[in-house]
Ligand binder design. Structure first.
Ligand SMILES: Nc1ncnc2c1ncn2[C@@H]1O[C@H](COP(=O)(O)OP(=O)(O)OP(=O)(O)O)[C@@H](O)[C@H]1O
Ligand SMILES: [Mg+2]
Length: 453
């Protein structure tokens, strides 16, 4: 946006992060750096999108930028001065809408202004204007439960806009909505931005959706995991509105796919710092039948073993949220290789594809033990246990040395699902016990609680 540029040709910054680090203390009291040395500047007139795997620290970074949590190292400067605590001029929209259910639309929107001490008459006027701007006029008196998801998120956006922020932070604001509603709202946000009516100077969008980032942003930054730092940046030089089917847009989506996936290969090849840390690897949330369907599709016509990821996503009608974890899982197990945005079936992957469904489990189990430290660890513990069983609580405690409790639970759930499928171990939902598979000649095969699962 030319009007913002100063004599150097670079628009002034709205917010600047320098060397921002955040360390969380996990249950076992060991420290874990979630963010490390993040440098990021948002300039006037730009929309920036941030992509990164689940758990890479995107929301944490957004909360630091909003002044909701402090950084452990580094500094944040907003409009030139150091940010400490929340600031007028920064507003945030959450995935979960975060509305008060007992307040009307109007009251929810006014809340943002109450905190700023704006008097009643002005609050009413400004809230009405914001509600109008986001297409909710006539719903001022409605309660959130009377609204659809898309309309609720409009309230969330109106509550942010009413404060006339310079900086708008959006944390997966469209991802809880169905695809069409999400796209409509996203396009309307872009219209609003282009019209300048909302007076916002810069927007940061956190997203899991590569296409969304390419359609909306002027610049995309990619956050790495463990620790989170900005590891790639891509400019999106196209005017808005953009046509997602244009060759240029498709090519850029490819490029971002490439950046999102190829460093993951590198991360995997570098051995983790210590064996214990490997068990804390964040296993992707991948469904086995989906993994197998993707591998099958990859090995068949028209791909015959090699595809570019966006093309495969299209063919499989999968969103990035489903496709990327499944591909990462296939890669972890050595069934595919991902490089420069292309996915290729390995020799083993082809063998797997040709294997009878009943036999696949065996191969799956073998790969699991060879490549997934957590599964190998569980199996090892079970073989070492006198009664051939281990409580999930024990494994969770070990994982919590590396992961937050919910994340530890999620990762263990993935490892349990995969291990059961590969018949590497069994798990009883009733007792929460992991056991060796029944055919195994375990000493205490009759251990209490195991016959049910
Ligand atoms: N208050 C906290 N205490 C300890 N660990 C935390 C805390 N908040 C977040 N974490 C951890 O920090 C890491 C980053 O979390 P964050 O929510 O920022 O990730 P994210 O990139 O937003 O993930 P997602 O894409 O799933 O939303 C995670 O491992 C999370 O478990
Ligand atoms: Mg998040």
């Amino acid at each position: 946006m030319a009007e913002y540029q100063n004599h150097t040709g670079i628009a002034p910054s709205v917010i600047e992060l320098r060397g921002v680090s955040k360390i969380f203390r996990t249950a076992s009291r060991s420290d874990r750096a979630v963010l490390e040395g993040v440098d990021l500047t948002l300039h006037q007139g730009e929309i920036v999108a941030m992509l990164g795997k689940s758990g890479s620290g995107k929301s944490t970074l957004l909360r630091i930028m909003a002044g909701l949590v402090g950084a452990d190292r580094g500094e944040v400067r907003f409009r030139g001065s150091r940010l400490s605590g929340t600031a007028e001029g920064i507003a945030m929209v959450f995935q979960s809408f975060a509305l008060f259910p007992w307040l009307t639309v109007q009251q929810n929107v006014e809340l943002g202004l109450e905190a700023q001490g704006v008097h009643k008459a002005e609050r009413v006027r400004r809230a009405e204007a914001a509600i109008d701007m986001i297409g909710l006029s006539g719903f001022n008196g409605a309660l959130p439960r009377e609204l659809s998801g898309g309309m609720r998120q409009r309230v969330g956006i109106a509550r942010a806009l009413v404060t006339e922020p310079d900086l708008l932070l959006m944390d997966e604001a469209f991802s809880a909505l169905d695809v069409l509603t999400g796209e409509t709202l996203r396009d309307e946000m872009l219209d609003l931005w282009e019209s300048g009516r909302a007076n916002i100077k810069s927007i940061l969008i956190v997203s899991h959706n590569i296409e969304e980032a390419v359609m909306m942003a002027d610049r995309i930054v990619i956050l790495s995991s463990d620790p989170g730092r900005i590891r790639a940046e891509v400019r999106v030089p196209f005017a808005r509105p953009r046509n997602r089917d244009s060759a240029q847009v498709r090519a850029l989506i490819d490029e971002v796919y490439m950046l999102m996936t190829s460093p993951a290969v590198r991360e995997l090849r570098v051995p983790a710092l210590a064996p214990a840390q490997q068990i804390g690897y964040r296993l992707p949330d991948a469904d086995i039948s989906q993994m197998e369907a993707i591998l099958d599709m990859l090995c068949e016509s028209p791909f015959f073993g090699r595809a570019d990821l966006p093309h495969l996503a299209d063919e499989a009608s999968l969103t990035d949220d489903d496709l990327l974890p499944a591909c990462e899982a296939l890669q972890l197990l050595g069934l595919v290789a991902i490089e420069r945005g292309d996915i290729t079936a390995t020799e083993l992957g082809r063998t797997y594809y040709e294997t009878e469904p009943g036999e696949r489990k065996v191969l799956f189990g073998k790969q699991l033990l060879a490549h997934v430290a957590l599964a190998a660890h569980i199996r090892h513990e079970l073989e070492a246990a006198e009664d051939g069983e281990v409580g999930e609580e024990q494994v969770l405690r070990e994982l919590e040395a590396f992961l937050k409790p919910e994340e530890a639970e999620r990762v263990l759930t993935v490892a349990i699902g995969w291990g059961r499928y590969g018949e590497v171990y069994e798990y009883s939902y009733n007792s929460g016990m992991l056991t060796l598979p029944r055919e195994e000649p375990a000493e205490a095969a009759g251990a209490a609680g195991s016959p049910n699962s």
